[in-house]
Ligand binder design. Sequence first.
Ligand SMILES: [Zn+2]
Length: 554
Amino acid sequence: MKQTLRISRLLAATALACGLLAQGALAQTFDLAILNGRVMDPETMYDAVANVGVKDGRIAAITKDKIEGKESIDATGHVVAPGFIDTHWHSDRPWTNRLALRDGRTTVLDLEIGTHGPYIDQWYKEREGKNQVNYGQAVAHEFARAEALDGFKGAQDLYSAIESRKGAGWCCRKPTLEEGNQILELLDEGLQAGGLGLGSTLGYMRDGVSAREFFELQRLAGRYGRQTGAHFRYTPGNEVTESNGIQELLANAAALDAPALACHFNNPGYNLVHELLVRMRDRGMNVWGEIYPYAAGSTALNAVFLEPEVWVDQLGYKYEETIQDVATGEWYTQKSREEMLKKEPVRAVLVFKMPESAVLDWLRLPGVSLVTDGMPLVPEDGLTWDTPYEKLPNTHPRAAGTYAKALRLARENNIPLMQIVAMSSYNSARPLGKMGLKTMQERGRMQEGMVADITIFDPEKVTDHATYEKGTLPSTGIPHVIVNGQIVVQDSKVLAGVNPGQPIRYEPQKSRFEPLTVENWTQEFYASPVDFGGGVPGDQPRRVGEPSTQPHIH
Ligand SMILES: [Zn+2]
């Protein structure tokens, strides 16, 4: 009797609870209801047909129950994925962000070159309420060098490099101790302002940046618990140099216990780079890498690695087979390159360096992030949000087609869809969130309570259209994109004037910069470099009582 009563009470309680839940779900009207889609979450591996209720910019419900919204999207036959996160986007402009949205991207960051430290705050302010996608920048090593060594102060992002790279110091001169401190102080200014770690184009400055300088850079970012991302020293190189480049970044990261990001390691030697990253993550380190899914890269014609001593002598390439003009499609020869360098040193070129088959390899790598490395469109004059896609100046197709291409290749080659969804969102959100970046702890996931950045695509039809000849054609098969709970792409049209993009940024903080001094170095490590360049054996200051270290020549 007693037991029966207890059971019936329990049943009643359960019925009541279920009733309340069902009633609650029914009664609640969401701002937006996304119905009958295949919801995929790379963190929990949730993969099921469900309804998604969005309220106040967040995912409020993921349920099999019937739900209603003030607005609704029928997602039958479509995947409902976390909004795609591109951490390597050099092209934050209204007309290029339109292309990003059509490709499913809800967040675009530049963690490779970034913005000049003193300009970080202004960069974010200029975009408040004006961006269709979420936005953010690392603090730029290259521009700190441009100011300290060339006196160039106006650098903002990769667009500025057209001017700043005319100097001779930024790339090629080793700073004195005083100049080194100035570089670090400029970087610290950006970190204080909430910049997303440090970005370094070290590979373009390989002769000017000493191992000591790069180590100090990583030490500074590490003091804030943030990553240093780098186009590392010898990239693109061969299997040996590429690996040596990443080893510099990762050895410093390990010694300093500082996070690190290997930018676009889709180059010869990628297998070892990947293995190094995996093994370090297994040991609890926050290091990760990114790839873009194209055989060719894109850069400026005067990039140091395109000099004949490197490109031809060291790496064994021929210009006429590998270097193509982005605008005209013409292939360069050593002679025509030299002529163009006199007229337009930073002219955009395509650089063919990998077989197309390698792309499939990269897309199968676990834990790797997918990025675009989308380049600025030049010239910018006359470009507006309304400029038709086909009228935009040509650029490497990765700017427009990366994510749709990855999804298409996955379909054609039986790569699990969850792998590509993870690469496109969670694999970037996770390491950034781990550093305390709140805005990334609540993105890159299809879970209740997360920010409603959502990309809805047709897994059977999604495809890229951008080619090397016409790189600005938008992807298709991604009909709806939602940013911070607001529909920005509807029925494959980017909606004008809808600007829900939010800053991805740390809270402002106090300086953690400590100037480098010979005295401190000597005290801590007994061996002080005489300057920022690394010192000369025999010139090292000695501790009292130590034998002379004057070099002997045998
Ligand atoms: Zn790069």
